[in-house]
Design a protein. Structure first.
Length: 393
């Protein structure tokens, strides 16, 4: 991986000497590729997707099947995405969207959202339909990403052609800090991606590399996915029979066991919780957005609760952001305390817990069950947490 990073940095350095607008200056341009990717209506393919961490000798590997259909006003594409985690693990899931209805299944839980019944989840941020796991691999979504890169001066990159392939290399530089380095290869004729590598937080203890290798069906010959509720029930009868409940939001977790989750920590390790494992002491999980004004106050309030608690209290802070520069001012520069875990890039946790606003605080007992859910900052947060952890202990 080091030689890849070195090559990327050399390319990025050369690009930086030229212009931060170079992402718009090549022929064909990023806009050309984005437009071609957006032109694919119905298309299917498969992806071998790997996540590598410095703290782990082996990558986490997913095999993914993609089916894309026409989009609508809420999403650039309809889709069915099916994934399997590591050969032989048996851990599978799927996400589907079409016509204002979104379904996602993982960790023995089916979540569903229907625009006509509740439009809020579709309008907060990018919307649940546009944040499904692996949705960024679809041509329509990748095209949208490239269009954003072309208009964002924090991206410094070079697009070049060699034979029948297009190569896009560069960095995303935020406040003088390289947040990520990327290397994409596209077919010069179809402009579909063949592979890419993205390194988040390069050369830091929180570095994480994601690689994807694509195989596409012949364009123009794929069937459009049927994402109607009837078709999905027929496709996944066991899932709908066993796990269908209702629209899932974090409020529905009260009294329930925590789902499985995993995310990198601020110090470069990986924190994993397995469903049913429980904790050695009452634990608080706090979902934090650094951009929210009360983020630092929430951290301070939870630390106050831990200091005042008569028994041990662990705190897990989950940040959607991968950037250490965004997380550290909220947590303070003195480092984490004993019993604290700071998770970054925890987008999948926000999605799977049904988090729609920050801060959101979950108070859990030793068995790993959610006993109290607190949404929005509350000046009485320390008292509430102490009371609930003493009851649930």
């Amino acid at each position: 991986m080091l030689h890849k990073i070195l090559n990327l940095r050399i390319a990025a350095a050369v690009a930086g000497l030229l212009s931060a607008t170079l992402c718009r200056g090549a022929e064909p341009t990023l806009d050309d590729i984005a437009a071609r990717l957006a032109s694919y209506g119905c298309i299917g393919g498969s992806v071998r997707y790997e996540v590598s961490l410095p703290s782990s000798p082996d990558p986490v590997t997913y095999d993914i099947a993609l089916q894309q259909g026409p989009g609508d006003v809420l999403a650039p594409a309809s889709y069915i995405i099916e994934w399997t985690l590591s050969a032989g693990s048996g851990n599978k899931g799927f996400a589907a969207y079409g016509d204002g209805n979104h379904f996602r299944y993982r960790d023995l839980r089916l979540q569903e959202y229907h625009y006509e019944a509740d439009s809020v989840p579709f309008s907060i941020g990018k919307g649940v339909q546009n944040q499904a796991q692996f949705v960024e691999l679809l041509p329509a979504y990748l095209g949208a990403q490239l269009r954003e890169m072309a208009s964002d001066t924090t991206y410094v990159c070079r697009l070049s052609q060699s034979g029948d392939r297009l190569s896009l290399r560069g960095v995303n530089r935020v406040r003088g800090y390289d947040a990520l380095e990327f290397d994409y290869v596209f077919d010069a004729t179809t402009m579909l991606p063949e592979r890419y590598s993205i390194v988040y937080n390069p050369a830091s203890i929180t570095e994480q590399e994601v690689t994807a290798r694509f195989t596409w069906d012949e364009p123009g010959k794929a069937d459009c996915p049927d994402v109607s509720e009837t078709a999905l029930i027929a496709r996944y009868p066991g899932v709908f029979e066993k796990f269908r409940t209702s629209n899932f939001r974090v409020e529905s977790m009260a009294g329930q066991a925590l789902p499985e989750f995993t995310a990198p920590t601020l110090t470069g390790e990986r924190y994993t919780y397995n469903r049913g494992r429980g904790f050695h002491t009452p634990t608080v999980i706090a979902f934090i957005d650094p951009e929210v004004e009360t983020a630092a106050q929430t951290v301070a309030a939870l630390r106050q609760a831990a200091d005042m608690s008569a028994s041990d209290l662990d705190i897990i802070y989950a940040f959607m952001s991968r950037e250490a520069d965004a997380v550290e001012p909220v947590m303070g520069y003195d480092g984490t305390r004993m019993g604290e875990y700071v998770l970054t890039g925890a987008r999948s946790m926000f999605r799977d817990f049904g988090i729609t606003a920050c801060p959101t605080v979950l108070v859990c007992n030793r068995a790993g069950e959610v006993k109290q859910i607190i949404t929005a900052y509350n000046k009485d947060l320390p008292t509430i947490v102490i009371q609930q952890t003493s009851v649930s202990d």
